[in-house]
Write a new protein. Structure first.
Lengths: 123, 260
């Protein structure tokens, strides 16, 4: 029991440190880091209070290690789902920008042409 | 309601000018094109000849051939998208253009030459005279045989039955990309346009938003380029995907709202 406690505890602390460092260096936006921080904290709580996971594993009818994996898997699932929504939003914005850009490009070229015609006349 | 009264007046006015109402409306023909250099020039010329009062917009969806250059040379307005966005997003770019430039009526038309420019006038006439929000050009409305595969015909039949039930009126050609819309639809399309299977999906969403539509019969040529390699499984797969998309559209929050 103790060994698995050390392993999960170290993993969670490492995860928290890496995520924190990434935020500090502005390589990761806070918005996207919340779920990572939350999963790090949850794993840390389970490693400090192994009985908690024992209770959960009994309730779910699984072994200790299996319950640990299932919980981590759920968190990963949440994170991936979150990323899917972020990607959808990004591609939507990308599409909007591309469309607006093409319209602005058209109008700019029209104006540019008119401007040069105007200059040509006044000379 | 005042909304409907306003709308009636808007269209009544146009009836007094019937026959010559083209002069008082700003009309845009939107032609989305992806690598259609062989046919787009002819489509533009044909449209210019049949509808000298309309502006033509080619939305070049990131083509790698000379689609853009040919269109510009023929005198069409051209939107060059930076990369290939797909037909739905290209159409939406066209509607955004129509909305920002203040067009009253937009007609969408394929670049491969299967839609005849002569029929565009009929679409616009029906839009104005019947006071509907969208007019669809259908190749199946009149009983005329179009050479197509059995699976394809079956698919068309299933789509039209499903959509007729959803929309509550008879529709025969739900995948046709030959349609005319009024300013109110242009506004709604510029804010949201379905991207997966835009033609049937737009019908469902517009209907849910309270818009009216009408189908009229038009002649279409069979596709000039590209051999249809529609196999049984592929058409079943396609049908399943479209039906799923339509089902999701029925559950979606309605993106459209009629305000006129």
């Amino acid at each position: 029991m103790l060994r698995i406690q050390i392993i999960t505890g170290a993993t969670s602390i490492l995860l928290l440190v890496i995520v924190f460092e990434l935020i500090r260096r502005r390589r990761l936006k806070e918005e996207y880091s919340l779920l990572w921080l939350l999963s790090g904290v949850v794993i840390l709580i389970f490693s400090i209070f192994p009985n908690l996971l024992g209770i959960i594993s009994k309730v779910m009818g699984m072994y200790y290690l299996t319950a640990l994996f299932v919980i981590s898997f759920l968190f990963l699932l949440l994170i991936v789902l979150h990323f899917s929504t972020v990607i959808s939003q990004l591609s939507e914005r990308n599409k909007e920008l591309t469309q607006e850009l093409s319209i602005l490009d058209f109008r700019f070229k029209e104006l540019d042409k008119q401007f040069h015609e105007l200059i040509g006349e006044s000379r | 309601m005042q909304d409907t009264k306003l709308k009636k007046e808007y269209f009544k006015e146009s009836k007094d000018f019937s026959g010559s109402h083209f002069s008082q409306y700003k009309i845009l023909v939107i032609i989305p094109a992806y690598n259609e250099a062989d046919t787009v020039g002819r489509v533009i010329e044909g449209t210019q000849r049949k509808l000298p009062f309309a502006d033509i917009l080619v939305v070049n969806d990131g083509s790698s051939d000379s689609t853009s250059a040919i269109s510009k040379q023929k005198g069409a307005r051209v939107l060059d998208l930076s990369y290939n966005l797909g037909i739905g997003a290209a159409m939406q770019a066209g509607y955004k253009f129509a909305y920002t430039m203040g067009y009253d009526i937009a007609v969408q038309c394929d670049a491969d030459g299967q839609h005849h420019p002569a029929a565009i006038k009929k679409l616009i006439d029906t839009l104005i005279d019947d006071g509907v929000d969208m007019v669809l050009g259908s190749r199946y409305l009149r009983k005329k045989r179009y050479r197509s595969f059995v699976f394809r015909r079956l698919g068309v039949l299933i789509f039209s039955k499903v959509l007729s039930v959803i929309v509550g009126q008879r529709l025969t050609d739900t995948t046709s990309g030959f349609r005319a819309v009024n300013r109110e639809v242009i506004k709604n399309f510029s804010a949201f346009y379905p991207c997966d299977y835009p033609e049937p999906e737009a019908l469902v969403l517009l209907h849910r938003g309270g818009f009216t539509m009408k189908e009229i019969s038009v002649n279409m040529s069979s596709r000039k380029g590209g051999n249809s390699s529609i196999t049984l499984w592929r058409s079943i797969y396609y049908m399943a995907k479209v039906l799923l998309a339509i089902f999701i559209d029925l559950c979606k929050k309605i993106p459209y709202k009629k305000s006129l």
